[in-house]
Design a protein around this ligand. Structure first.
Ligand SMILES: Cc1ncc(COP(=O)(O)O)c(C=O)c1O
Length: 394
């Protein structure tokens, strides 16, 4: 029987690395996993305790499609607390991870044939989902001169080259970790509003920043929530800052005209986001929840320092500025191996799993690898030693 053409999305190369890492580990090898893009700690105690109470006494039936009111309110208040931006809880849609949020936002905002721009390198699911939905993806070649973030001049070029209906930006980004500076986001958002281009801003790594780029004052934090009144969509998640990957909880902040469509789509696609995660997720916004997340960020900061202090020994002279998230994206082409072979050999010969850049960049990814320092600091430290020693054998 026929399989749809739209379902032919490319698999992630990292899945093969992971499968091989697991195979080696099962066979008794010592394997350090620095390819997973997830915190090793899991949800904070306050969220776990609340989940236990709810399992014993809670009502865990279907919820409202856009999420339980208490969580929508807590998310809205988070914007005031962090950014000094007023968000109406009615514009917040709780979703099954930001991944579920993307699907709903793209379905609500774009039609088949619409042209949507995004940065290359970038998180591959955006383009794979957009293509599966019949959109035309316009990849913007982004390099170090723009912190791997799209610029207004690139948007103008794409716009005059065939029209543009949408733009997806991510800051801090995956795999580069780079941030879009407040003035840049302002320029991009205004340009999008003026040209009827729907801006979708992935802010899933917000909170995981290291203070090198922007003033830490809330009004300096570049959130597109400031531009929702002009049509922008914000996507966020409990997965990274709150370390709740498997809880499958995320959210959207929507412009008025998309609230109804997302509500209807959400009800049809998934009825509601997971009830247990939603009710327990409210506790993530408690002082204890924020404190646990901040402790995680302090640990990532220590691991990041460690990796950055060893760049010379690693032979990584070209790395993207690791402003945020928990990644170092490095050019390994000097080792004269393509990044897939580089990662395969590093795993087989030194027991360290990194992600080849080919997952994020179909043009130049063969030169780059992504190291995730979200693992425990001792694991990151040992992995760096192993990579340094392994490179001497090349
Ligand atoms: C940039 C970015 N956006 C979105 C996601 C999806 O995360 P989730 O669906 O767990 O919220 C990821 C996951 O790694 C990511 O790196």
């Amino acid at each position: 029987m026929k399989v749809s053409r739209r379902s032919h999305v490319p698999p992630f190369a990292v899945m093969e690395v992971l499968a091989e890492a697991n195979r080696l580990r099962d066979a008794g090898a010592s394997v350090l996993n620095l390819c997973a893009g997830e915190p090793s700690t899991g949800a904070s105690d306050v969220v776990r305790r609340r989940a236990i109470e709810l399992l014993e006494h809670g009502d865990l039936g279907y919820t409202e499609s856009l999420g339980v009111p208490a969580l929508r309110r807590a998310i809205a208040e988070h914007y005031d607390r962090w950014y000094g931006v007023e968000v109406d809880p009615a514009r917040v849609a709780v979703t099954t991870g930001s991944s579920g949020g993307f699907l709903l936002a793209f379905l609500a905002a774009f039609d088949v044939g619409d042209r949507v721009a995004l940065a290359r390198p970038g998180y591959p699911a955006y383009k794979n989902i957009l293509r599966a939905l019949g959109c035309e993806v316009v990849e913007l070649d982004c390099g170090p001169e723009t912190r791997y973030q799209p610029t207004v001049s690139q948007l103008m070029e794409a716009y005059y080259d065939g029209g543009l209906d949408g733009l997806v930006v991510a800051s801090p980004a995956n795999p580069t970790g780079t941030m879009i500076l407040p003035a840049e986001l302002d320029a991009v958002a205004s340009w999008c509003a003026d040209h009827d281009v729907r801006l979708v801003s992935d802010e899933i790594y917000h909170g995981i920043t290291y203070g090198d780029t922007a003033d830490d004052a809330p009004e300096a934090l570049p959130t597109a929530a400031r531009y929702v009144g002009e049509g922008a969509v914000v996507v966020n998640s409990f997965s990274k800052y709150w370390a709740m990957t498997g809880w499958r909880l995320g959210w959207l902040v929507l412009p008025d005209e998309l609230v109804g469509p997302v509500d209807a789509l959400a009800g049809n696609v998934a009825l509601s986001p997971p009830a247990l995660a939603q009710h327990a997720g409210v506790a993530a916004f408690s002082p204890e929840g924020y404190a646990a997340a901040a402790e995680n960020v302090a640990r990532y900061a220590a691991s990041r320092e460690l990796v950055l202090s060893r760049l010379d020994d690693l032979g990584w002279s070209r790395v993207a500025p690791a402003d945020g998230a928990f990644y170092v994206y490095a050019d390994v082409s000097g080792d004269r191996l393509d990044s897939v072979t580089w990662c395969e050999r590093l795993l087989a010969e030194a027991g360290v799993a990194l992600t080849p850049g080919t997952d994020f960049d179909g043009v130049r990814g063969g030169d780059w690898v992504r190291l995730s320092f979200a693992a425990a600091p001792a694991t990151v430290a040992e992995a760096v030693e192993r990579i340094v020693a392994w490179r001497r054998t090349l």
